[in-house]
Design a protein around this ligand. Structure first.
Ligand code: PEP
Ligand code: MG
Length: 325
């Protein structure tokens, strides 16, 4: 089986009926790049930048960040690299940044909310990203966007830093894409509005499921509610994909669900363009997609979304793919 999978290393990801999608890797550090190459990723769909800020005593400088982003873009040699701006707060804290205690940190000053309230910190990261953009195919992604005004404010800061760099004579790629993660139900429900203001969406199901089901993703006591294939979650995902498609924008997924064998056929049928996952899931996912008929799965979506439970939906998919394999 391993040998079979290795044959798919340099192959594009195409369904049995010729529909092409992209399989990308999630990374959390420069060291992860090795696995990206070893597993045939077509790009990086999520670069979590938190590691740059954690386990140290002060904020990373612009130069330090620039070097890391540049390195990753250069190593990826023109393949797409989605870099997510800082997602701190919630469960992740910084020892050197004293934040007010919150009784519901996951509903508090987290990710882009924190960045917009600490603009110096945010501007430093944006400048480092902009400077690195000329070394590859950079896509900048804002996490935890709930409403359009957050996106517009983040884009305004990005534009301002870009103008400053231009005045300093520093070149910035003209091809940078700017997108958002869809991980808050409010954003999913208004995806048609947000789609007009972005170049892409990436669905962050780890958080989208937690917020949709009102079940802490780390809390064992409510883990039974953490259901990627629940009709509520799938309906939201379909809304997001359709909203992006209607605006001609690409849409990916970078939560764990993107690498889940039961979810992949459904996502393919719904029209997801990019699946970003742990590098080790890429070759099995490519092998699975090669066996699937995209047209057939498009046809199953209506029926799947009318089923009443996670279990029924999973059972349906498992039966169908057993037939395919
Ligand atoms: C997500 O929420 O699905 C996601 C990819 O982000 P993180 O797991 O870093 O919160
Ligand atoms: Mg998240």
């Amino acid at each position: 089986r391993k040998k079979e999978l290795r044959k798919l290393l340099d192959q594009p990801t195409v369904s049995a009926d010729g529909h092409r999608v992209e399989l990308a890797a999630n990374i959390g550090s420069v060291e992860d790049l090795q696995k990206v190459f070893a597993n045939g990723a077509e790009g990086i769909g999520l670069f979590r930048t938190e590691f740059l800020y954690m386990e140290r005593n002060s904020l990373p400088s612009e130069e330090e960040q620039f070097q890391v982003y540049k390195h990753v873009l250069e190593r990826m040699n023109g393949k797409p690299v989605v870099i997510r701006t800082l997602d701190i707060g919630g469960d992740k804290e910084l020892s050197y940044m004293k934040l007010a205690a919150e009784s519901n940190p996951f509903l508090g000053l987290r990710a882009v909310r924190l960045c917009l309230s600490k603009q110096d910190l945010f501007r430093t990261q944006l400048r480092a990203l902009l400077r690195a953009s000329s070394y590859g195919q950079l896509k900048i992604m804002f996490p935890m966007i709930a409403v359009g005004s957050e996106l517009r404010e983040a884009k305004r800061l990005l534009r301002e830093e870009q103008e400053k760099l231009a005045q300093e004579g520093i070149s910035v790629s003209a091809a940078i894409e700017v997108g958002i993660m869809i991980e808050v139900p409010a954003a999913a429900l208004a995806a048609d509005l947000l789609a007009k203001e972005v170049d892409f969406f990436s669905i962050g199901t780890n958080d989208l499921i937690q917020y949709t089901m009102a079940a802490d993703r780390m809390n064992e006591n409510v883990s039974y509610l953490y259901q990627p294939c629940h009709p509520s979650v799938l309906r939201l995902i379909r809304m997001v994909i359709e909203a992006a498609n209607r605006e001609g924008k690409w849409v990916g997924m970078c939560g764990e669900m993107a690498g889940d064998e039961t979810a992949i056929p459904i996502l393919l049928g719904m029209g997801l363009h990019e699946f970003s996952m742990s590098a080790s899931s890429i070759l099995p996912a490519r092998a699975l997609i090669k066996q699937l008929s995209r047209g057939e799965w498009v046809g199953y979506i209506g029926e799947l979304l009318s089923m009443d439970s996670h279990e029924h939906i999973q059972q349906f998919v498992k039966q169908k793919i057993r037939g395919d394999l």
